[in-house]
Design a protein around this ligand. Structure first.
Ligand code: NAP
Length: 256
C-alpha cells in the first residue's frame, strides 16, 4: 500500500488503539504506524504492550504505550487527555479490546455476562463518549469499532454474551455514525471471522478448529494483519464516504 491515499492521509494523524498488546489490536497498531500515524497503543497487558511498542519503535514507527482498562471512564479521560497534550490532537479511535465467552443461554452466569458486556460493549461506548469531543476539536475523525461475524449471525448457538455485545457494537456504530455524520466524524464497524490470535488459542487442535476451517469458504484462519490493514483503511481518508458501514473480514463466512 506504499504511496497510496491510505498511507498518505494517515501520516499526520494521531490514533488510539485499545486491546493493542497482541492479536488484531497489535496488527492495527502496526498498520497505522507503518502508514505514518502516531499511535497510542493501550491495553491491560502492560508488559506485552511495552514489548510491542519497543519492537515497532525500533522499526521506525511513532508508537507509545499507555495502560487503559476500557471499562474505566477515568482511565479513558486520562489517556485521551494525555494523547492530546503530548501529540496535539486525536483523529482515530480503534475500539478493539474484547474478550470471548463460550457459554450458551442456560449455562451463562450473571458474573461472566456482566464482565463481557462491560468490556465488549460498555467499553466501546465509553471510548466514543470520551474520544469524540476531542475529534471534534481536531475538525473530524474516524472511529473503528471491532464487532464480529457473531454481531450479525447466531453462529453455533453458543457464546450468547459475546453475540449480544457484538450485535450491540454493530448498532451502536450505526447510531453514532448518524449522530456525527455532519461533523466529519465517521464511525464504522469491522467484523472479523476466525482470526488466529490468542483469543481463539483454546480452540486450536480441537474438533471445533476443524469445524471452523470447514465452515470458512477460504478454508483457513485469517491472519491478524489481514484485519489490521482493513482497520487502517477505514481510519484513513481513503474511506472518506464510509460511515455506519459494517465491513466483514471473514474469508467468506457470512457469504454462505
Ligand atoms: P486478543 O488476542 O485476546 O486481544 C485482545 C486484547 O484486549 C488482549 O490483550 C486483552 O487482554 C485485552 N483486554 C481484555 N480486557 C480488556 C480491558 N478491560 N481493557 C483493555 N484491554 C482489554 O483478541 P483478538 O482476537 O485480537 O480480538 C480483538 C478484537 O477482535 C476483539 O474485540 C474480538 O472480539 C474481535 N474479534 C476477534 C476474532 C478472532 O477470531 N480473533 C473474531 C471476531 C472478532 P487480556 O488477555 O487480559 O484479556
Amino acid at each position: 500500500m506504499n504511496g497510496s491515499k491510505v498511507n498518505d492521509s494517515l501520516r499526520d494523524k494521531v490514533a488510539i488503539v485499545t486491546g493493542a498488546a497482541r492479536g488484531i489490536g497489535a496488527a492495527a497498531v502496526r498498520s497505522l504506524g507503518e502508514a505514518g500515524a502516531s499511535v497510542v497503543a493501550t491495553d491491560v497487558l502492560d508488559d506485552e504492550g511495552e514489548a510491542l511498542v519497543r519492537e515497532l519503535c525500533a522499526e521506525g514507527a511513532n508508537v507509545r504505550y499507555a495502560h487503559l482498562d476500557v471499562t474505566d471512564e477515568q482511565q479513558w479521560l486520562q489517556v485521551v487527555d494525555r494523547t492530546v497534550r503530548e501529540l496535539g490532537r486525536l483523529d482515530v479511535l480503534v475500539n478493539n479490546a474484547g474478550i470471548g465467552s463460550m457459554a450458551d443461554v442456560e449455562s451463562e452466569t450473571v458474573e461472566t455476562w456482566d464482565r463481557t458486556i462491560s468490556i465488549n460493549q460498555e467499553g466501546v461506548w465509553l471510548g466514543m463518549k470520551v474520544a469524540i469531543p476531542r475529534m471534534r476539536e481536531a475538525g473530524g475523525g474516524s472511529v473503528v469499532n471491532l464487532s464480529s461475524i457473531f454481531g450479525a449471525v447466531g453462529g453455533f448457538g453458543a457464546s450468547v454474551a459475546y453475540h449480544a455485545t457484538k450485535g450491540a457494537v454493530r448498532l451502536m456504530t450505526k447510531n453514532a455514525a448518524i449522530r456525527y455524520a455532519t461533523e466529519g466524524i465517521r464511525v464504522n464497524s469491522v467484523h472479523p471471522g476466525f482470526i488466529d490470535t490468542p483469543l481463539v488459542a483454546e480452540l486450536k487442535g480441537t474438533p471445533a478448529e476443524n469445524e471452523i476451517i470447514q465452515s470458512t469458504p477460504m478454508r483457513r484462519w485469517g491472519r491478524p494483519e489481514e484485519v489490521g490493514e482493513v482497520i487502517a483503511f477505514l481510519a484513513s481518508d481513503a474511506a472518506s464516504y464510509m460511515t455506519g458501514s459494517e465491513v466483514y473480514v471473514d474469508g467468506g463466512w457470512t457469504a454462505r
